[in-house]
Structure formats: C-alpha cells, structure tokens
Design a protein around this ligand. Structure first.
Ligand SMILES: [Zn+2]
Length: 667
C-alpha cells in the first residue's frame, strides 16, 4: 500500500515521508509565504485530527474514511499508527484534500505534488461545447479503415529543442542542419502520418522556437492520450564516438545505466537556454514527491515505448538499442503515457545521412505512427470497446444508459461537474427542492459505520426561486445527453405543489421525483408515504399540478411496499424510486440525532423491494440503494428496474457512476 507518513506528531511536521513499494523518500514541507500552510496533527485515542488551511480532517484509525466539514470521504487504505508515527493513505492528499479545498489546492499526480493555488475565484466548470469525452466513455464508432481504431485519440508530439537551443550540432548532418531542424521535420511528418490514420495530433512547437521544457508536457492534458518527444542522439567526442548508431526509445524512470544517464543529462541540459524559471521542484506548499513520479503511467509508457521502438527498429539502418529508461524532465509534466524517441546518432555517418534525408524522415515518422497505432489498438482492446449501454425509454424520453446520480449525491450537478462527466450518464436526480431555502440539520450530518453511512442533511437546498433562476438553467446549458429529474420535498402538501408548479414548465425537467418520506407537519410528523391515505393525497396533489411525469420515492420500511407502489400508480405516478434511506441512529453521532442509512447494507433491501413491485404492480422502477459495482446495478436490473441510481458510492468515489455506465455497456 502506498502511504503518506507524517512525522513529528507533537509539532507541525517539517518533513513528510512518502513510502512506496519502492522505498521511502523524505520531503520537506516548505512554503514561500512563511509557515502559514503548516499541517497540524493531533492524536486522541482512535481519532486522528489533521488541520490544513483551516479545515479539520478527522480520521478514525483502522477505518478507510475521513470526515471534513460534515462530509465523509472514502480512502483507499486505512490510517494507522505505529510508535510515534501516523500513517495516512496517499489518497487523502491526492484526492480528498483537493476536493475539500478545491479552490486552494491542486494535486498533480504526475509531478506529484500538492500545489497551493493563488487566491482563486469560482472556476468555470462547464465542459466546452464540442469537447470529446475521455477515451473510456466515448461512444464506439465504426473502425477506421486504415487502423481499425474505434475511438478518437489525440497525440501530442514534441519536437525537441528549437529557437536558441539547437540541440546537438549534428556532425554528420548535411546542409548545416542541427538537431532542432531534424526533430521538427520528423514531428511534422509524424503529425501528417497520424492524421492520415484518423488520429488527432498536436505539436508543442511548429516553428523554430523554444518552448520551456517544463511547459511541453502541459500540452498533454485531459484530451490527450499520449505524449511523444522526438530527439536525435549524440556520442561525446572520443574514440568510439562515430561508431555508435541506431535508435532507442525512453520512458521516464530512474536511469539504470551510465549511457541512459548521459542521454538524460544531455537532453535536460537544454534548460540553460530557457528564460523562464524552471517550475519543477518549487511551489508554495512544496510537497515535491519525487519518488512517486509517474508511477501511474509507468507500465503504459513502457508498453508504448516497446511498440514504437519495435516499429522504428525495422526501418532504421543503424540498429536497435531497445527500450531505455531515464529521468527526462520533458516527460515529467505530461499527464499521460509519455515517451522520448532518440531517432539516431548525429555523430554517426550513416545515421546522420538517414536522419537528414527526406526518405529517412518519412520512414521514421511512419514507423513511429505505426507503433502508436499498435499501442492504441491494445489500449482499445483493453477497454473492450463495444456498443454503449442500450438506451432506456422512460417518461416518454430516451436515457442513453440506465445510470443516474441519486438525489443528494451531486447537488445540482455543478458541484461534481469537474470530477464527473455528467453527460456520460443517463441522468442526474437533483437535491431535494423545497419552496424556501433550507439550511439543513446541524453538523455533523454524516457518520460512517461498517455497513455504510448514516446521514441527516435535512433537505438543505437554495429554495425554489434560486433553483429555477440558477441551478436548472445551468444544467440546461451544460447537459446535452443526460436527463434531469428534480427531487421535490416539503412539510405540507402545499409545499410539494408549489415546487412542482414553479418548475414544471422548464423543458430541462424530464420528470419529478417525489420524496414521500418527509414528515407531514399537518399530520403530526407522520411521513407522507407511511400510510396509503397519506401517499394517495400526496401523489394526487402533485399529479394535479405537474405537466411532467412523476416518480414517487418510497421508504424501504413499508410493510407492503408493492401495495404502496400500487397506490402511487393508481394516482397517476409514472414510476417509483426504490428505495429511500432507512431510518437509523448511532450514539448521537449526527447533529440531528437520527438519520437515514445508505450504502452497501441497503442493496438487498432495495433489490427485494424492486422485485416485489415489478412482479405485482407493473410500474417502472428506478432502483437505488447500495450500488457500488456494475454487478450491484445488474441486481436491480435483473429484478426489473428500468433505471438505477448511484448514491453513497458516488460520494466516496465520483467516478463510480461513469464506470458502471461504461461497464454495463460491455454486456
Ligand atoms: Zn535532444
């Protein structure tokens, strides 16, 4: 397990140790603005408290959760203490801190480091119109006639050196050429070869200019699949200098041999030409975790290097030096698998002539492109690209797949749109909307236990007017494929009617989801859905004002859930959502005392309810409760559900719904 190790429990840590399967590295905690960003760490029995930038993170030793600001976040490992040292999972720093303190910190998994951002305003989170989804979620298209590839890919090509940095002088190049000219020529040809194969390509420089080494990798971001840097090798003057020839392909790792170190040193030296300060190894909160560098893509990069090298070696006159590894600065900032191709030796007569010739450059570009295609084919094969999940017809519209985000999981979409591609889902169910703004219950609002989560949020929401003016218009302009269901709550029948009447004309609303588990103040706090009469009155009232379809969300603790679904159907409901949370309490751990149980424990409960209703009532069901995997989702679908909604699991890992939608498509 990768762990983050904080030392010196008594005082703010000056050093953070990063422990990985490959050993440990100690990292000084520094800040450029004085000691303000210090971490505070305190241990109190089984509870560990870590303060960062005014936010308190509460860990429970042995439990894979951390709590911050009333929200529980899942961790990939469990915090533990040995002697005077507290071990925290790295995912806390990499995932949780940026989510909680998103405006202040950014985690770069590649460098990797936690970066303190300058004072930031709200970030526009909308995906630009026309942007393609990530490779994993793109719909499968017909295979490209030349390559057989089905997905859209983008490769960033980096022609080494440029401008004032000539690269190596090229002893055996003709016509006064130097490395920067050769790399640019090959890169341009490579771009053309890729485009011919239906693959998008972008150059870090397309002219004789110098791009900062630290900035080149940054061209390869969200939309980019691979980063390929092109260079020409050179031997130092000496007795065997002109005898060495051939191509080699590098991926980023620690150099293992002297030769590898020499090449990395040669290419990294370029930095002396560059004007901007190198942005490596600095930064306000300088968690520079070198030892974890690029682990994420190590295996993929090595595989890409092997396929490209194989292909290049076949056309190269100078021999095959195979795949190598070394610490190239240019590769450290790419966010995807990255390689550096040394296309040959400028210090060798044969290589030099080959590299300087138009034919040689064409052969190299074509060979590199073929290697890239081979890698992308393997990549698509691993993704097992098939048709996306079958669309589902419900509420008179088509859902592109059956996966929704459950109410309360994603607010009104904005909160999660930076981490979830909402448009890859079937739809989103909003937070409950009430006529007036509601602040919700006292903190803590969430507590975890072995079977899942207990929450008492108390219908916190900005109120009908704000939802109509701000939240739903945002969803309407942001979503192109995902559908929107609006969850409605209230303390009286009038509350429900006001919300529905206030929103039912908005085209973005596909349907309303009626929360029937709210306490009815006119009935002494008895839940609307607790009795047949209460439910009948509620659905009837909602039906009377709604011009959109209605789904009624029922509690799992009803004695006869199928009978209640029948009541809803008889009053004109178009579907039922099964199930709501189950009432629960744990040692006053919630500000509200009691709350609702969600998470894995709810799975069999919801599946049984779905099964009963589908068998006996014949009303469409949205299955929700305890879904964490595609297998869980299939339980609901097998029981008869038309759609499924993901709740607690999406709070723990926002990528779960997308993954389940994708996995359902694999059949
Ligand atoms: Zn170079």
């Amino acid at each position: 397990m990768i762990v983050l190790l904080l030392v010196a429990l008594a005082s703010p840590p000056q050093v953070v140790l990063i422990a990985t399967p490959r050993g440990q590295t100690s990292v000084p905690v520094t800040t450029e603005r004085g000691p303000a960003a210090a971490l505070t760490v305190a241990l109190d029995g089984p509870r560990a408290t870590v303060g960062l930038s005014g936010v308190v993170f509460v860990f429970q030793l042995g439990a894979p959760f951390v709590r911050a600001g009333g929200v529980v976040y899942a961790l990939v490992g469990e915090p533990y203490v040995t002697r005077d040292t507290l071990f925290l999972p790295l995912s806390w720093l990499a995932d949780c801190v940026p989510r909680v303190l998103g405006a202040r910190y950014h985690w770069d998994p590649v460098t990797p480091r936690l970066e303190e951002l300058p004072v930031a305003g709200p970030v526009a989170a909308a995906r630009p119109v026309g942007a393609s989804p990530g490779a994993g979620t793109a719909p499968a298209a017909a295979p490209h006639p030349l390559t057989g590839l089905r997905l859209r890919h983008l490769i960033v090509i980096d022609p080494g050196h440029g401008g004032v940095d000539p690269g190596n002088p090229g002893r055996y190049f003709t016509d006064g050429l130097v490395e920067k000219d050769i790399t640019l020529a090959i890169a341009r040809l490579l771009r053309a070869e890729l485009v011919r194969r239906g693959i998008g390509a972008l150059l870090t420089r397309s002219t004789d200019s110098l791009v900062d080494l630290a900035d080149r990798g940054a061209f390869c971001k969200a939309e980019c699949d691979l980063f390929v840097s092109i260079h020409v090798n050179a031997m130092p003057a000496g007795r065997r200098a002109d005898r060495v020839s051939g191509a080699e392909t590098y991926f980023l790792s620690d150099a293992k041999t002297e030769d590898q170190e020499r090449v990395a040193k040669m290419e990294n030296e370029v930095i002396r030409f560059e004007t901007g300060a190198p942005s490596v190894a600095t930064g306000p909160l300088g968690f520079i975790l070198r030892d974890l560098q690029l682990n994420e893509y190590l295996r993929e990069s090595a595989q890409l290097a092997a396929l490209v090298q194989d292909s290049v070696a076949k056309v190269h006159p100078g021999g095959d030096h195979g795949v190598q590894q070394a610490g190239f600065m240019v590769l450290t900032t790419a966010r995807r698998p990255a390689i550096l191709v040394e296309t040959g030796f400028a210090t060798n007569r044969t290589d030099g002539a080959f590299l300087a010739s138009s034919l040689g450059q064409h052969k190299l570009a074509s060979a590199i492109a073929e290697g890239i295609v081979a890698y992308l084919l393997e990549f698509e094969h691993k993704l097992a690209i098939v048709a996306p999940a079958t669309p589902v017809r419900l509420f008179g519209v088509s859902f592109q797949n059956p996966v929704l985000l459950a109410s309360g999981t994603a607010g009104f979409g904005r909160e999660v749109s930076r981490v979830i591609d909402l448009d890859a889902l079937g739809g989103i169910v909003t937070k409950a909307v009430t006529p007036e703004e509601r602040r919700g219950h006292r903190a803590p609002r969430v507590a975890e236990f072995a079977g899942g989560m207990l929450n008492a949020v108390g219908l916190a929401n900005p109120g009908l007017d704000a939802v109509r003016a701000r939240e739903l218009p945002w969803l309407a302009t942001t979503l192109r494929r995902a559908r929107v269901l609006v969850n409605v709550a209230g303390a009286t029948l009038d509350d429900y009617a006001r919300v529905i009447a206030g929103l039912t004309d908005l085209p973005v609303v596909t349907a309303f989801e009626i929360n029937a588990s709210c306490p009815n103040t006119s009935a002494g706090g008895l839940e609307f859905g607790a009795t047949a009469d209460g439910l009948r009155a509620l659905v009837r009232r909602c039906r009377a004002v709604a011009t959109r379809p209605l789904a009624v969300k029922l509690s799992p603790v009803l004695a006869d859930i199928a009978g209640m679904a029948q009541v809803a159907k008889d009053e004109g409901a178009d579907a039922v959502t099964l199930v709501n949370t189950m009432p629960g309490m744990l040692d006053r751990r919630l500000g509200n005392g009691a709350g609702g149980v969600s998470g894995p424990a709810l799975l069999p409960v919801g599946v049984l309810a779905t099964c009963r209703v589908c068998e006996r009532v014949g009303i469409p069901v949205i299955g929700v409760g305890g879904i964490r995997t595609v297998g869980d989702a299939r339980e609901y679908l097998a029981a008869g559900a038309s759609l499924v909604a993901i709740g607690t699991a999406a709070l723990a890992d926002p990528r779960v719904p997308e993954r389940i939608a994708r996995d359902l498509g694999r059949g």
